[in-house]
Design a protein around this ligand. Structure first.
Ligand code: KIV
Ligand code: ZN
Length: 388
């Protein structure tokens, strides 16, 4: 294990209401968005991206309501590197105690050629102009280099150096298409730390998409490369395969404290907020999802159950109470063993001896082979038949 050499804060930038809400069928109304924003503030997110104000009057209204309501969290609004976008975002955010304008432009050759039909030099000019304009409204300006994951490091460093000089205080390095491998994303951050003049005045931010299932790994790698902000969503919601899951990165940093990073998140609220978002957005959480899935604390194989019942830490690295989840479950299937069966009978009030369990176990296995899971009512029936 590495020794703890530092104790550095990693800022959590939640984008459930912006990137997360881009999922088809997950649209929330303004009341739901406000309710969720309040819950995210309670959770302890440092920055909340409330929406993309220029995109619709409804989004403007919702960002504006959130800006009026939140007390401590920095409220952020997205814009393209376009004058009207930035002015509209500033107007929506104006009532906030603290607000941030998030502006940016594509920097990969693919974006420059096909989206903008322009040159690298022109992209730098537009980026500088956008940041300068945003700085007229707030000191807190975040710049995103869209598709930074596929942008050549040398050019990316030039763009980032130019926007830092123009006044950007946070530098978002999105892996927009979820393409990078963790070592590449870490190296990208490391490259910027070592090649951008003035980088120490700003915070580097990870914004990873999950197209290859690497969003969490990439975000952690980004932190290890020098980033101090992670952009993420509850349940990993977002375009296509989604964004980095907030609950995952927070618990990775909590579990690996020796790395020396911490966040402001109250982990006990992770499961309650996951359920709330899932219901509100009508997006089921996959049962095997880390931290918040229905099976995240369930044990069903005999070997695991036996170890878990002797000492929970043998098969659990997180106590479910730490993340606000229900107690761990011992699920009975045809793979379960005698200790799990005895445990579940005991929970129903049956104090069976080892001998009783030896008799009941083959009956249980026969029943279990016929079904996916042996439930409480099946055990009650077995116990009633056994008495006869
Ligand atoms: O994935 C991305 O590049 C984005 C930017 C707009 C920040 O969401
Ligand atoms: Zn994104």
């Amino acid at each position: 294990m590495m020794s703890q050499t530092q104790n550095q804060k990693v800022f959590i930038f939640d984008t459930t209401l912006r990137d997360g809400e881009q999922v088809p069928g997950c649209k929330l109304n303004a009341k739901e968005k406000l309710e969720l924003a309040v819950r995210l503030e309670e959770l302890g997110v440092d920055i909340l991206e409330a929406g993309f104000p220029v995109s619709s009057p409804g989004d403007f209204e919702s960002v504006n309501q959130i800006a009026k309501t939140l007390k401590n969290t920095v409220v952020c609004g997205l814009s393209r590197a376009v004058q009207n976008d930035i002015e509209v975002a500033a107007a929506a955010l104006k009532p906030a105690k603290r607000f941030r304008i998030h502006t940016g432009i594509g920097t990969s050759d693919l974006h420059i050629k096909y989206k903008f039909n322009t040159t690298r030099e022109e992209i730098i000019e537009r980026a500088i102009a956008a940041v300068k304009l945003a700085r007229n409204f707030t000191d807190d300006v975040e710049f995103y280099a869209e598709d930074a994951g596929r942008t050549e490091n040398e050019f990316l460093a030039r763009v980032i150096e130019a926007v830092v000089k123009a006044g950007a205080t946070t530098l978002n390095i999105p892996d927009t298409t979820g393409y990078c491998l963790p070592y590449q994303y870490q190296a990208k951050m490391d490259y910027l730390v070592n090649h951008v003049a003035g980088i120490e005045k700003a915070i580097l931010s990870c914004h990873c998409h999950n197209d290859l299932g690497l969003a969490t790994a990439n975000s952690i790698a980004g932190v290890m490369g020098g980033a101090r902000q992670i952009e993420c969503t509850i349940n990993g919601l977002g375009e296509r395969a989604g964004n980095t899951a907030l609950e995952e990165v927070v618990m990775v940093l909590n579990q690996h404290k020796y790395l020396g990073y911490y966040t402001n998140i109250n982990a006990k609220l992770l499961n309650p907020i996951s359920h709330e978002v899932s219901e509100m957005m009508r997006m089921m959480v996959q049962p095997n999802k880390a931290i918040v899935g229905a099976n995240a604390f369930s044990h069903s194989s005999g070997i695991h159950q036996d170890g878990f019942l002797k000492e929970a830490q043998t098969y659990e690295i997180i106590n479910p109470a730490e993340v606000g989840a229900e107690d761990s479950k011992i699920v009975l299937t045809a793979r379960s063993g005698r200790s799990a069966l005895a445990h579940r009978f005991e929970k129903l009030g049956f104090q069976y001896t080892r001998n009783d369990i030896d008799i009941l176990y083959p009956i249980f296995v026969q029943v279990a082979d016929q079904m996916k899971e042996v439930k409480e009512e099946d055990l009650q029936k077995m116990a009633a038949d056994y008495k006869k």
